[in-house]
Ligand binder design. Sequence first.
Ligand code: HEM
Length: 180
Amino acid sequence: MVRENFSVLDIVRIVGGILFFNALLSYWFTSSATWGYHGKYIDWRFWRHTILERELHLSLNELSSYTGEDNGRILLAINGSMYDVTSNRAVYGPKGSYHNLVGKDAARVFVTGCFMKPDEYTYDLRGLDKEECEKDIVGWQRFFRTHRDYWYVGNVELTFDFIKEDPPSPCTHMKFPGRS
Ligand code: HEM
């Protein structure tokens, strides 16, 4: 006897079967169930953010707890826009070479590259060339937003209390290789 209607369960079985066969085939050829792809679209954290959080709005104080301690989440911000970089613990985690960029908005150091000067880890851009700031900040924001492993999560609320103090002293720029 032939059944006339497909149930939802039948569709789940067929799609599940296709996915399983695809993963098997991929594993056979590439030793990976995803044809060698390891980016955000197969990262559960990306889907948890996309479906449940959508857009985060944090204060600077809240952002400061996302530094990857105890294997936790890692966020960084550039001029108010926040990105999830948890998947690259080797670079941004507590032992990573760029750990100082996380849990804060350090837009200024993305422009100057003065990593050895602690007061550069701020979003205070006073004293810097406006065009250079715009070019570098937009460039880095694009880098994190479109990166295979990172994603935009929302924004951090910036306060401008630093206005009462002097801007960081000038330092010799150290540009990212390939940028002038
Ligand atoms: C404005 C200056 C600079 C900025 C803002 C900057 C920022 C960054 C960032 C955010 C990353 C991580 C990229 C990722 O997530 O994949 C990175 C990686 C890297 N940068 Fe820089 N950088 C600068 C200058 C330099 C310079 C001058 C050098 C070399 C002398 C350098 C060497 C590297 C290396 C080797 C990596 C790879 C790190 C790793 O995989 O551990 N950077 N840089």
